[in-house]
Design a protein. Structure first.
Ligand code: HEC
Ligand code: HEC
Ligand code: HEC
Ligand code: HEC
Ligand code: HEC
Length: 198
């Protein structure tokens, strides 16, 4: 049907088209999807919740809301009912006398019984074993791993969750008073592969 020469041109055109498409997609992905490993990741949240206000100014304990952190692998994000402990009463209004929009959103979730869909900020790779409670009981402060949370208006990921980040801390010499020090361990925590890859 086509001459050989013309056929070859079509192949080249298609190849160039596919190649630039692939390049475009991977570049777009690089820009749009921040890696789960990188620091400073800060997803948009459905409600403008401020850790600075609640933990810095109002001094509410971390465990009041993240009540599983010292008991299980996951710290857990609080359900709407925890917010309602206060916001059933605390309902600041704007100049027109309407309940402020971010508080109104909480009340709508409460009335309809639907959970608030918070976006995950920290997400370690699925093939890695990580347990909060073990770290809390070893005296590691939340801020060592999550940064200055009490100053964060909008939560962000303070450290990239790379293997070297875990290991840098685990390799440190234990300081006096830490469980590892009491046991006479040379490092702060285990560094053998099977501790984190089971
Ligand atoms: C009044 C409740 C409340 C208190 C108190 C609170 N938090 Fe939170 N925390 C939340 C909510 C709600 C979210 C989810 C929205 C967000 O990421 O801002 C969250 C998210 C987080 C996240 C990110 C979770 C993820 O997806 O990776 C971290 C880390 C965190 N909190 C740490 C802390 C620390 C540390 C403290 C104490 C200094 C603290 N929080 C106190 C309610 C609270
Ligand atoms: C221990 C009490 C307490 C708890 C629990 C609590 N808050 Fe608050 N929150 C407050 C107080 C006090 C204010 C300040 C109100 C003001 O500005 O008059 C506030 C303010 C806010 C504001 C700012 C409102 C605005 O527009 O100024 C938002 C948003 C908010 N809280 C969301 C939440 C969410 C979401 C939760 C549950 C994860 C929660 N709060 C849990 C006490 C609490
Ligand atoms: C040794 C480091 C470390 C310490 C200490 C630590 N966290 Fe985390 N946190 C992480 C990692 C890593 C993740 C991601 C876990 C995952 O994806 O399974 C995480 C996730 C979270 C989350 C998201 C929900 C979840 O459990 O996956 C919250 C909320 C949180 N941390 C709060 C806290 C609070 C509050 C404290 C202090 C009481 C704390 N963390 C102490 C490393 C730490
Ligand atoms: C800021 C310091 C620090 C960071 C960062 C840290 N750890 Fe740890 N980790 C510790 C300490 C301290 C212990 C020792 C606990 C003990 O002495 O019982 C520990 C213990 C452990 C244990 C053994 C206890 C258990 O639960 O079986 C595992 C597994 C572990 N960490 C995984 C991780 C992973 C995975 C990361 C990274 C995502 C990480 N840790 C990041 C300080 C840290
Ligand atoms: C303290 C916890 C910890 C220990 C100990 C550990 N790893 Fe990892 N490893 C991780 C974490 C966290 C990741 C995920 C890194 C990411 O998502 O970028 C990882 C990822 C990996 C990967 C995937 C490639 C990569 O870098 O993402 C390999 C392979 C690996 N580890 C092998 C090992 C071997 C071999 C050892 C023993 C010499 C070991 N790990 C010890 C925490 C650990």
């Amino acid at each position: 049907m086509f001459t050989r020469k013309f056929e070859r041109r079509i192949y080249i055109a298609v190849a160039v088209f596919l190649f630039s498409g692939a390049l475009g997609v991977s570049f777009g992905a690089y820009i749009l999807w921040p890696s789960r490993r990188e620091a400073d990741f800060q997803p948009r949240q459905p409600i403008a919740f401020s850790h600075k206000l609640h933990t810095g100014d109002l001094q509410i304990e971390c465990l009041y809301c993240h009540s599983q952190a010292d008991r299980s692998a996951h710290a857990s994000v609080p359900p709407v009912s925890t917010c309602m402990n206060c916001h059933a009463e605390v309902q600041p209004k704007d100049e027109q006398g309407n309940i402020r929009p971010e508080i109104a959103k909480i009340l709508r979730h409460w009335e309809s019984g639907t959970p608030i869909r918070w976006q995950k900020v920290n997400d370690v790779a699925d093939f890695v074993y990580f347990d909060h409670s073990r770290h809390i009981h070893a005296g590691v402060a939340c801020q060592e791993c999550h940064g200055p949370v009490e100053r964060m208006e909008h939560m962000y990921r303070a450290f990239g969750l790379k293997m070297s980040w875990c290991l840098d801390c685990h390799k440190r010499e234990p300081s006096e008073g830490e469980p590892a020090f009491a046991r006479g361990d040379a490092t702060r925590a285990p560094i053998h592969c099977s501790a984190c890859h089971r």
